[in-house]
Every structure is written in C-alpha cells, then in structure tokens.
Design a protein around this ligand. Structure first.
Ligand SMILES: [Zn+2]
Length: 278
C-alpha cells in the first residue's frame, strides 16, 4: 500500500493507493499550524487508512521551500512551526519505507497535467490560489527542473505596494492575490464577497501574474487550482479578458480552472510515486 499526503496551508489530506492506479480512501482535516500535534494527526490518519497493510512508500506534498536531502522545509510563510523539523525522518522511523518530500503545489500541478485539465498538453502552467499562492511548470508530465523551486507567488507585481509579512517582500503577487491577502486588503473573506469592484481588482492583479508566467514559461495551457478555483466564476472571465488585452506578443491559449479541485495534489503524488523506482 502507498500513502499520499498533502499538507496545505489550510487543509491536510491523507489517502491510500493499492496499485498506484487509483486512490482508495481520502481523509481530510484542518492543517495544524504547530508541528508536534500536526504530525501526530497525520500518523493517526495514516494508521486509520492503512490499518495492518504494509506501507511500501509515502509521498508528502507540503507548502514551502525544501531541503530534499535533509528531508526538511527551509522556509514556509504559512507553516512556520513545520520549518526545520525532521518531517521525513519522523515518517521513515515509523513506517520503515521510502518517503519523498515534494512541494504541495508542484504535486497539484503534476496531478492536473497528468489526470486533469492539462492531460492533453505538453507544457502546463499552474497556479494554486488558496491561503497563499504557489505555482509550477510541468513539462512532459514531469515537474520542470529548477535550481530553487518555483515561487510565482513572490514575483513583485506592485513595487510601491505594501510589505507582505509572510515573505518580507513588498508588493508580491501573494500580497494581492491569496486568501490571506483578500481579507487583509478588502476586509471580507472571499467566500462572502459579491462585490464586483473587488473581484475586478483581484482579476487585474491575477492577470498580471499570469502574463508574467506565460512569457517566462511559454506553456500550452494555464490552469488555476487551489481553493479559489471553486469561485472561478467570480473572476476567471475578467482575468482572461485582461490577459488578452495586455499580452500582445503571444497568441491566446486556454486559461482554465482545475478539474481535480482539492484532490489535485493527491493525484500528483500518485503519479510521482509511479515514476519512481521503489
Ligand atoms: Zn512574497
């Protein structure tokens, strides 16, 4: 049995797969901000799902910049307490199997590229908008290589904007387009907001962030995932209009919402394990 873990800024998902073809059981619970109770909850959930089955391998998608060799997170704006904790060692010690640490957004993008909205395309651009904003470029059904990972949420969009405490930068995309920023900037949670002016403002900044990704990543399709994709009817059409109006050097390409929703990271983990020799 294989275990798939997806620890996002808001929710944690734990799932199992017997054959790496389908996902069997999924458990979802709010992510614990503190590491010790957080990892304890993960263990409880794995035990419940795996029961007495032997675990062959685990893939763990978690937000942040990773040191894969050390099996730790080096920085994570939304999960401070998990930084520098021996996450991989902790899981290996308990289950005696290979444990792969990956960025949660990278696995989400991979899931969409293989099983979801991007499955017919070679180069897939992906943004996940949730508590924060992450993104990844997938090429030929693989997470594209990079030196330090992809952090499109921290591209500077508004140099004269406000300092964004989670990363310390000024005017980055995440300070304008994310769940945390939405409440901070507009004083309302996105799920309660019907104000067209606010969503128009949001769409403009998101479009700017997408244009930058398009000219740098040159994908065949661009997918919007994360919690905000469930509310895409409030901003996706305007965002596409802004992209079309302002990006003149490229022909237009599909910009669509995620098909797998909050299961994208688990499906990405499934494919990730399938491509590893275990
Ligand atoms: Zn930032």
């Amino acid at each position: 049995m294989y275990i798939l873990l997806d620890i996002g800024g808001t929710s944690t998902r734990v799932a199992s797969s017997k054959n790496l073809k389908t996902i069997a059981k999924i458990e979802k619970f709010p992510t614990e901000k503190n590491f010790t109770p957080g990892i304890e909850k993960v263990h409880m959930s794995i035990k419940k799902i795996a029961q007495d089955n032997k675990i062959t391998a685990i893939v763990l998608g978690i937000a942040g910049i990773h040191d894969k060799k050390a099996g730790k997170i080096l920085a994570s704006p939304n999960l401070h307490s998990w930084v520098n904790k021996p996450i991989v060692a902790n899981l290996k010690k308990t289950y005696h199997c290979p444990v792969f640490l990956e960025n949660d957004t990278d696995l989400g993008g991979l899931g969409e590229a293989v099983f979801g909205a991007g499955k017919k395309y070679t180069i897939v651009g992906y943004y996940a908008i949730g508590t924060g904003l992450g993104g990844v470029r997938i090429v030929n059904k693989r997470i594209d290589i990079s030196s330090q990972g992809f952090e499109p949420g921290h591209q500077i969009i508004k140099p004269d904007g406000k300092k964004w405490p989670p990363c310390g930068q000024v005017g980055c995309l995440e300070s304008l387009v994310s769940g945390t920023a939405f409440y901070k900037n507009y004083g309302i949670q996105p799920e309660n907001c019907k104000n067209k002016k606010i969503w128009n403002d949001f769409s403009k900044y998101l479009a700017q962030g997408i244009i930058n990704a398009l000219v740098l990543w040159s994908p065949d399709i661009f997918i919007i995932g994360g919690g905000f994709s469930e509310r895409s009817r409030l901003f996706l059409n305007q965002t596409k209009e802004y992209v079309k109006k302002n990006l003149l050097v490229f022909k237009s390409l599909p910009i669509i919402k995620s098909k797998l929703g909050d299961k994208a990271g688990l499906y990405g983990g499934l494919h990730f394990l399938k491509t590893r020799k275990i």
